[in-house]
Design a binder for this molecule. Structure first.
Ligand SMILES: Cc1ncc(COP(=O)(O)O)c(C=O)c1O
Length: 471
């Protein structure tokens, strides 16, 4: 795809729309006027095939979500069987379906360690976040503290693109066109080991950043803060793995000031980090958890918000008649729930969490070797099958490549030519293949990345640049 910055109005007038009547998320429509999108026709396992017959490794697992791989017969059969019975039923009021009930029970079993006892279903990660914010605010209302309404999040955080999620997401790039946003949303600095002004010592960084959160809560007034939301490992913001002490310290800060802790596990949930849930790795129990993506590997759109016993009791013991004035036509969609049940059987039955840990460690090892070979590889980081390479112009001062830089453009084109689909945001390459990936496929991914770097360093800049999208 062409770089948005290289498109002139004049060139646009010359080119017919290549993308039909469709506008693409997070993309200037002009981009799709200049070059036809890659049209994917079919997929199997970790591979996708385009309409010309070219096959690629799906290095992003779709959008970090096709965790069990494409075209799984077990999931297709579960969806088809459910369609034979009923394809849609509302869950508003006192009505539901068997798969929705069964899924809530299954999730409660899987999340016993986190003490999540209730689940509100929705249709995606942004919905799951929106639901968590509304439940957090209503919780404090029910607890007799209606002023507790502010939401604090991290500067590199991403929480989807609904109105409140946009307000909570950190980057100004996502907000600028839609401001002013919702008041009462604040961001603080989170721990970014590779880029921070304070320290290279991870433990110290964890303490500093937990301290920043605490000072902000105190500054705002704890009686005005409803919740702090963060991703256990930041995904879209740069695959940023926090120091081991950060989440436990954050839990303690939230407890000290009576602030709810929301874990946005939309990417990290269901095994991707090498732990079934991201926060479990640090032994932290959040108050609310946002789930989507890996819940059913994207076979049918779905989200869920998990509610801890502590939060649920405000409704169940104290205010049993307080209605939750929130929900979606697609909440508890029977096809999405049937897909989720089959998907979770695969995740647990095939040990995909463990596989993510093993294959992710191997991918990181292979990328560390690249760091030794190429000066443009500034940082290599990740956990499980969330892995990132941060490219730099100059390793000594960590100066990043800017988006549209000829090296990055050429690198991404090389990846595609060599049969790897991966995501690039600014100067960061993200790899998050399906959790069923094998060691030999991981080696193939690493080989492609190595060759793509080598030829990008030598090759002249091609005319048609690859758009590095801001998401
Ligand atoms: C952490 C996090 N939260 C929320 C979302 C939004 O999910 P969706 O795109 O399904 O609305 C995403 C999407 O990538 C995400 O990574």
């Amino acid at each position: 795809m062409p770089n948005q910055a290289t498109i002139s109005e004049k060139s646009l007038q010359l080119v017919p729309r290549a993308s039909g009547h469709m506008w693409h998320p997070m993309t200037a429509p002009a981009v799709n006027s200049l070059q036809a999108p890659l049209v994917i026709a079919s997929a199997q396992g970790i591979h996708v095939t385009d309409t010309t017959g070219k096959t690629y490794i799906d290095g992003s697992a779709g959008m970090w979500n096709v965790n069990v791989g494409h075209n799984r017969p077990e999931i297709k059969a579960a969806i088809a069987a459910q369609m034979e019975r009923i394809s849609y039923c509302s869950t508003f009021g006192a009505m539901t379906t068997e798969p929705a009930l069964a899924l809530s029970t299954r999730l409660a079993e899987l999340m016993q360690i986190e003490d999540m006892t209730r689940f509100m279903f929705s249709t995606g990660g942004s919905d799951a976040v929106e639901t968590a914010f509304k439940l957090a605010r209503q919780y404090w209302l029910l607890e007799g503290q209606p002023r507790k309404s502010k939401i604090i999040s991290l500067r590199n955080g991403y929480h989807g693109l609904h109105w409140a999620g946009t307000a909570a997401s950190g980057s100004p790039v996502w907000k600028a066109a839609y401001e002013p946003g919702i008041p009462g949303f604040l961001q603080v600095e989170g721990p970014y080991p590779y880029r921070n002004p304070w320290t290279s010592d991870p433990q110290q960084l964890g303490e500093i950043c937990a301290g920043i959160l605490e000072r902000e809560i105190v500054h705002q007034g704890p009686d005005s803060v409803a919740a702090f939301i963060a991703e256990p490992v930041q995904g879209v913001g740069g695959v940023i793995v926090p120091p081991d002490n950060y989440w436990p310290l954050v839990r303690a800060v939230c407890d000290r000031h009576n602030v709810l802790l929301i874990a946005d596990e939309v990417i990290t949930g269901f095994g991707r980090t090498g732990s079934l849930f991201g926060c479990r790795r640090w032994g932290v129990k959040p108050d609310l958890m946002c789930l989507a993506k890996g819940i059913n590997s994207g076979y049918v759109p779905m989200g869920a918000t998990a509610v801890s016993r502590r939060v649920a009791q405000a409704w169940e013991r104290e205010h049993p008649m307080a209605a939750i004035m929130h929900g979606y036509t697609g909440s508890g969609h029977p096809l999405a729930c049937a897909a989720a049940l089959a998907n979770l059987d695969i995740v647990i039955g095939e040990g995909l969490t463990q596989n993510a840990a093993i294959q992710g460690a191997h991918l990181l090892e292979r990328f560390q070797l690249l760091k030794g070979r190429f000066a443009c590889v500034g940082d290599v980081r990740g956990t499980g099958l969330m892995v990132c390479i941060e490219f730099v112009k100059d390793r000594s001062n960590r100066q990043p490549h800017v988006p549209g830089d000829p090296f990055l453009v050429s690198f991404m084109q090389n990846c595609m030519r060599l049969g790897l689909l991966a995501r690039m945001q600014a100067n960061k390459l993200y790899l998050s293949p399906p959790l069923v990936v094998t060691r030999s496929a991981v080696d193939q991914i690493a080989d492609v990345v190595e060759e793509a770097i080598t030829s990008a360093m030598n090759v002249a800049v091609p005319e048609r640049a690859s758009a590095s999208q801001p998401h």
